[in-house]
Design a protein around this ligand. Sequence first.
Ligand code: SAJ
Length: 429
Amino acid sequence: MTIMDEVPRGRVAVIGQGHVGLPVALRAAQVGYDVVGFDADGAKVAGLRAGRSGIAEWDAPLGDALAAGRYRPAADPREIGVVDAAVVAVPTPLTDGRPDLAAVRAAAQLAGRCCRPDGLAVLESTVAPGTTRGIFAAELRAAARGSGGSPPQLVAFSPERFDPGNLTWRLENTPKLVGGLDEASTRAAAAFYRDLCDEVIEVASAEIAEAAKLWENTYRYVNIALVNEFAIHARALGIDVQQVIEAAGTKPFGFHAFRPGPGVGGHCLPIDPLYLSDAAAGAGRRFELVELAARINAAQPSYIVERAAEALSGRGRPLDGARILILGAAYKPGSADLREAPAIAIIDELVARGAQVAVADPHVAPESLHRLGIAVAPAAEVIARSAEADLVLLVTDHPEFPYERIGAVATLILDTRAAFARGPSVTSL
Ligand code: SAJ
């Protein structure tokens, strides 16, 4: 028996209330836990207290949890009190190309101070194998002892599998991996997550769970680089890569269709594989395929700019001074997230080469683009702008774009997502 068995609905602190921590906090509140959702961002906490989650699909559960009195947003560590379990879900970015664990360290110190000695501390942030047992547990111990207490004896890792905007796969119905520093920790973490998720999978250790998360996304990242390079060679051979992918996709086993695109953006894919290659480097080894994939994917935005210049040149138009309408800036369809979005690199390079660029994106707030010095084409003007543009460049295939109407008026389209019907004005990767 562990505390999570004895206290079926205890007090839980979820440290970090972003797109990973907030769903965990609200789901825990929904199933009856008494939850404190801590975030260092006071403005975010004020918004949460006012029922504004920042993510549309979470506003209703947030309102319910606040009304039920089971969820309390907090920005002051003193408001956390003593909890039976602490879940850490804070960003683990790259800083100067290296893993940055500053937020994890700060959150672990908070967890070490607020979690009962017989309590459970879980790390959800994406980290290199060994981080939970190493840095995370060390910060828990140092903080607990620094405040005259003892650290939580149960420590585990459970990777987030949150897909932004995916309304099919949510926290409760996505299989949840848990791996502890020891058997009791794995069992306690599994007991907690079985209250939140339909399926919980116990793995042998925290390291297995940490590595599984990195592997899930490294697999995608390398295969996206592979198809991006394949598309370049297929074009040189005069072969339509989309038809090749469709044909290969008819194989009912052993093949997953990745698609060429303008590059790899988001908060996961451009980051997670480099945590793996950095861990390999720490062991004195080079993860060459990840390094090569990073080079290929990072070069994709420049390749798109070259293809734009080539398409315009084919119409006797130089890139310098060309009017280009970019469709989609967010890193993937249906998202408003600009993090690592390839569109930003593409726009910067087009503008640097003298093009007049405007961006239409129904999901990204205009001020987010204005802040980057990017001109915005309002949705109502997309058709007219498409007609007058020298080139329409589709970067992110949001479902809201009127593809047929744009295709009917645009004189030249570079379609990086195979979203437009083929035609004399459309060129693709
Ligand atoms: N991309 C391609 N070609 C592809 C697939 C993706 O160019 O065939 C590009 C996208 O345009 C985007 C980037 O790669 O710029 C990342 O795309 P993604 O579909 O992997 O989206 P992410 O980064 O949101 O990945 C998340 C991940 N979820 C978590 O880490 C919890 C990933 O594991 C999921 O598989 C993915 O969502 C998903 O399936 O949607």
